[in-house]
Design a protein around this ligand. Structure first.
Ligand SMILES: Nc1ncnc2c1ncn2[C@@H]1O[C@H](COP(=O)(O)OP(=O)(O)OP(=O)(O)O)[C@@H](O)[C@H]1O
Length: 697
C-alpha cells in the first residue's frame, strides 16, 4: 500500500518550509512512516527498575530514587554542583559540571528525585557523574528505552517521539505470504515494536548480535527485498534487446589484428574472460557483466578486445571513466593499440571530456554522430544530452561504483533505437566471489585471477615516520638503477588547500634532499587537467624521476619502470586504497617495493583497525585476500557501502553471517515474483523506496 503524503512525517504549515527538526530527520533519511519504523535503536537504557544503593556495585549503571539531603556549588577544582542523595539504604554523591539553574532548583534539599547513571567509588564515597534526573514517583516504563543514533539539532527525546509516532502510523501489514515465512517467524509489527521497545527480561546479547527472533524476522525481510529487486531488474533486462555482435573473426578483423600487435600473449585468465564476454556480446540479451581483477591483472587488454569485437560487428563502443585523468591514463594504452588499426579502416577514436574547447567538442560529437568515431572515450561528457551515437552497442565503464544511476540510465538512452547497449563494468577492487554472487544477483561476474607472467612480488615494508632517512636511501638506490619512484601524500580531510600545501612542501623537501640531478614532479587533484596530463606524460616518458602526488594516481596509472612506492601516513588510508596504490609498482619485470610510512599518534600507538590494515598489506599481495581482510575489518555493510555512492544497501543483515536467511530469500524471491507480484512490489517499495531504482541500474 502506498502511503498518502498526509501520512508522512510531521508537516510544517504551508509556506514555512521545513523546520530544523524536519531537516534533521530528512538528513537521517527519515521521510516516510516506514522509514521511522525501520530506524532501529543503536542501544537501550534500562529505566524500568529502581534499585537500592546497598544492592549495587561500583560500575553498575543504576537507577535510584531518593531524597536530596545536601546540595552545594563548589569551585574547586572547577565549578560544579555536588548533591548528596539518600535512598534510605545508603547515600551517594551526584556531581554535575554542566548544569542550569533549573536543574539546581530541581535538586534542592528535600527534593525527591529519580536519577540514572554509572556508579563509581570515590574519595568522598560513591558518586554518579552527570546523571540523568527525573522527579521521583512517576510511573516506571515497562520496556527498555531506545537510544537512537542522531545528529546535531535533533535531541534524543524529540527523535524518540518522532520514531514512536512514525512507527504507530506506519502500515505494517504482512507482505510475505504466511506459509513462506521462516519457521516460527515473528510478525512484522511485533518484531519492530519489540526492537524499539524490548521488554527488560530480554537477553541483551541477542539484541546486540542480532540473533533475537525479532531481528531474524527483520533481516529476512531486508534480504528478501534485496533479492526481489535484483531479480526484478534481471527479468526486466530479459525483456530488453541489445544488438547481437557476432562478427566473424577473420584474420583481417580488428580483433585478430589487435591480438597480433599485442606485445605479449594473453594469460589463461584473460583468454577465458575474453571468451565469456564475447559469448555475451553475440546474444540479444543485454550483457551486464562485472570484470574484476586484481591490480595489474591486465583488464585493459580484455576491454580492448571487447571493443574490437564490437567494432568488427559494425557498431560503436564507448569507454568511460569518472575523471579525465583516469580516462586518459587508463585508456591511453588501449587507444595506442587501436588507433592505428582504426585509421586504416577510415575510422577513429573520439575524446569527449568536460574541459574540452567547444570547437573540439563539436568536431568530436560530429564524428560520433556520423559513426566515424568507432571508439568514444571520455568522462560523463560521453553521455551528455548533446552527444548522439550512430550505433552504440557496447559501453565499458571503469570503476563502476563511481557512476550513479542517472549516468547509467543516460547511457542506455544512447543505444541503437529501441535497444540497450551491452554493459561491461570494470573494477580493480575485487569483491570476494561469494559476496559478489549473492549481492549482485543481477550481475554476471568475470574474474581475472591470474597475473601476467614475470612479475616479481612487491616487497612491502612498514617504516615509522621518524626513519625517513632510510627511505631516502632506498629512493636513491632505485634512481641509481634508472628506476622511478612514487611518493603519495595523504588526503587531509576536508581541506584540499592544506593537501596541496602539504604535497608541495613534500615535493620541495624531496627535491632538496635528492639534489639537482633528480627531477621531482608534483601531481595534485586541484591542478588543471592539462597540467596534470603534462606531468603524467613526463613521468611516463621518464623525464621525471620522482612523482609526488595525492591519491590522484590511485587507479589506472601504468608506468612499468616505476619500482618504488612510498605512502606517507599509510595508517590513514583504507585497505583497498593502499592495495591500489601499491599496485602502481611491480607492473614490469623490475623487483619492486612499497614503503608504508606510518606516524603513531601521541600515545605512540596506531589504532587497532589501522594496525590490522597495515598488517594485511605486509602479509599479502593478493587483491582477493586483501578484499577478504577488508571485509573482515569493516564488515560487509561498510565494505560494500564504500563502493556505492549512496548509503549502504543492507542495514541489518550481514551476508557473511546470515547465509541461511540469504538462501531462504534467494529461494523465495522467484516464486514470490511469479505468484504474488503485487506483494513482491509492495515489499520492495517498503524496504528500498527510492533506492530500488539504484539497485536496478
Ligand atoms: N598477458 C600479459 N602479459 C604480459 N603483460 C601484460 C599482459 N596483460 C597485460 N599486461 C601488462 O600488464 C600491465 C597491467 O595491465 P593493465 O594496466 O591492463 O592492468 P589492470 O588490470 O588495468 O590494472 P589496474 O587496475 O591496476 O590498472 C600493463 O603494463 C599491461 O600492458
Amino acid at each position: 500500500m502506498v502511503e498518502s503524503p498526509a501520512a508522512r512525517a510531521p508537516a510544517s504549515p504551508p509556506g514555512s518550509g521545513p523546520s530544523p527538526v524536519q531537516r534533521a530527520l530528512r538528513k537521517l533519511g527519515l521521510l516516510r512512516d516506514i522509514d521511522f519504523a525501520l530506524y532501529l535503536p543503536m542501544r537501550y537504557e534500562d529505566e524500568t527498575r529502581v534499585v537500592r544503593l546497598v544492592d549495587t556495585r561500583d560500575g553498575d549503571l543504576a537507577q535510584i530514587e531518593g531524597v536530596v539531603v545536601a546540595s552545594e556549588v563548589t569551585y574547586r577544582p572547577r565549578r560544579q554542583l555536588l548533591v548528596t542523595l539518600d535512598d534510605g539504604s545508603d547515600t551517594c554523591i551526584l556531581r554535575f559540571f554542566n548544569f542550569y539553574p533549573s536543574q539546581q532548583k530541581q535538586l534542592e534539599v528535600g527534593a525527591k528525585v529519580r536519577v540514572r547513571g554509572e556508579l563509581k567509588g570515590g574519595f568522598l564515597g560513591r558518586q554518579i557523574m552527570q546523571p540523568s534526573v527525573k522527579s521521583a514517583g512517576t510511573e516506571l516504563p515497562q520496556a527498555l528505552t531506545p537510544v537512537y543514533s542522531t545528529i546535531a539539532g535533533l535531541a534524543q527525546p524529540v527523535l524518540r517521539r518522532e520514531v514512536r509516532s512514525g512507527l504507530a502510523r506506519a502500515v505494517l501489514d504482512e507482505t510475505i505470504p504466511q506459509q513462506n515465512l521462516p519457521h516460527r517467524a515473528w510478525g512484522l509489527r511485533d518484531a519492530l515494536t519489540f526492537l524499539h521497545y524490548p521488554t527488560p527480561d530480554v537477553a541483551m546479547a541477542t539484541l546486540e548480535d542480532h540473533s533475537h527472533p525479532a531481528w531474524q524476522r527483520l533481516k529476512a525481510e531486508e534480504l528478501l527485498a534485496q533479492q526481489l529487486s535484483q531479480l526484478q531488474a534481471r527479468r526486466e533486462r530479459a525483456s530488453q534487446r541489445a544488438p547481437m555482435l557476432d562478427a566473424v573473426r577473420t584474420p583481417t578483423s580488428l580483433h585478430a589484428q589487435l591480438m597480433s600487435v599485442l606485445p605479449f600473449a594473453l594469460t589463461g585468465a584473460q583468454a577465458r574472460v575474453g571468451e565469456e564476454i564475447a559469448r555475451d556480446l553475440t546474444r540479444s540479451l543485454p550483457m551486464h557483466r562485472l570484470l574484476q581483477g586484481d591490480v595489474g591483472s591486465g583488464k585493459t587488454v580484455v576491454a580492448a578486445l571487447a571493443a574490437a569485437l564490437c567494432i568488427d560487428a559494425g557498431h560503436q563502443c564507448a569507454l568511460m571513466a569518472p575523471t579525465e585523468i583516469l580516462a586518459s591514463q587508463h585508456f591511453g594504452k588501449l587507444v595506442s593499440w587501436l588507433d592505428p588499426l582504426l585509421l586504416e579502416r577510415g575510422l577513429r577514436v573520439a575524446w569527449l571530456t568536460g574541459s574540452q574547447k567547444k570547437k573540439e567538442r563539436d568536431t568530436m560529437a560530429a564524428a560520433v554522430e556520423s559513426g566515424e568515431a568507432a571508439l568514444v572515450i571520455g568522462t560523463h561528457a560521453v553521455i551528455s544530452e548533446k552527444v548522439r551515437f550512430k550505433h552504440l552497442a557496447l559501453a565499458i565503464i571503469d570503476e563502476q561504483h563511481r557512476f550513479g544511476v542517472a549516468q547509467r540510465l543516460a547511457l542506455r538512452g544512447k543505444a541503437v533505437e529501441g535497444m540497450e547497449p551491452h554493459l561491461l563494468m570494470m573494477s580493480a577492487t575485487p569483491i570476494p566471489r561469494t559476496l559478489a554472487m549473492s549481492y549482485y544477483a543481477d550481475l554476471d561476474v568475470s574474474t581475472l585471477d591470474e597475473l601476467p607472467p614475470g612479475r616479481t612480488p612487491i616487497v612491502t615494508k612498514l617504516v615509522a615516520d621518524h626513519r625517513r632517512d632510510e627511505v631516502i636511501a632506498r629512493i636513491q638506490a632505485q634512481l641509481a638503477q634508472g628506476r622511478q619512484v612514487y611518493w603519495v601524500c595523504p588526503l587531509i580531510e576536508e581541506s584540499e588547500a592544506m593537501d596541496l600545501r602539504n604535497a608541495t612542501e613534500t615535493r620541495d623537501e624531496l627535491a632538496d634532499t635528492l639534489g639537482a640531478d633528480v627531477s621531482v614532479g608534483l601531481l595534485h587533484s586541484r591542478m588543471p587537467t592539462a597540467e596534470k596530463q603534462a606531468v603524467m606524460a613526463s613521468f611516463t616518458e621518464g623525464a621525471l624521476q620522482v612523482l609526488v602526488s595525492t591519491t590522484v594516481i590511485e587507479v589506472g596509472v601504468d608506468v612499468p619502470n616505476a619500482s618504488l612506492m612510498v605512502i606517507e601516513h599509510a595508517e590513514r588510508f583504507g585497505l583497498s586504497q593502499l592495495h591500489q596504490l601499491r599496485g602502481r609498482v611491480g607492473r614490469g619485470t623490475a623487483a619492486s617495493a612499497c614503503v608504508l610510512l606510518y606516524a603513531p599518534n601521541e600515545g605512540g600507538r596506531v589504532g587497532e583497525a589501522a594496525r590490522a590494515r597495515l598488517k594485511a598489506m605486509v602479509e599479502t599481495g593478493d587483491g582477493f585476500e586483501i578484499a577478504r581482510r577488508d571485509l573482515e575489518i569493516r564488515g560487509p555493510g561498510e565494505f560494500l557501502g564504500a563502493r556505492q555512492s549512496g548509503a549502504p544497501l543492507l542495514r541489518f543483515a550481514d551476508l557473511t553471517q546470515d547465509a541461511l536467511l540469504l538462501d531462504w530469500a534467494r529461494e523465495l524471491a522467484p516464486r514470490m515474483l511469479d505468484r504474488h507480484p503485487d506483494l513482491a512490489q509492495r515489499h520492495v517499495d517498503r524496504w528500498l523506496g527510492s533506492k530500488s531504482e539504484y539497485l536496478k541500474a
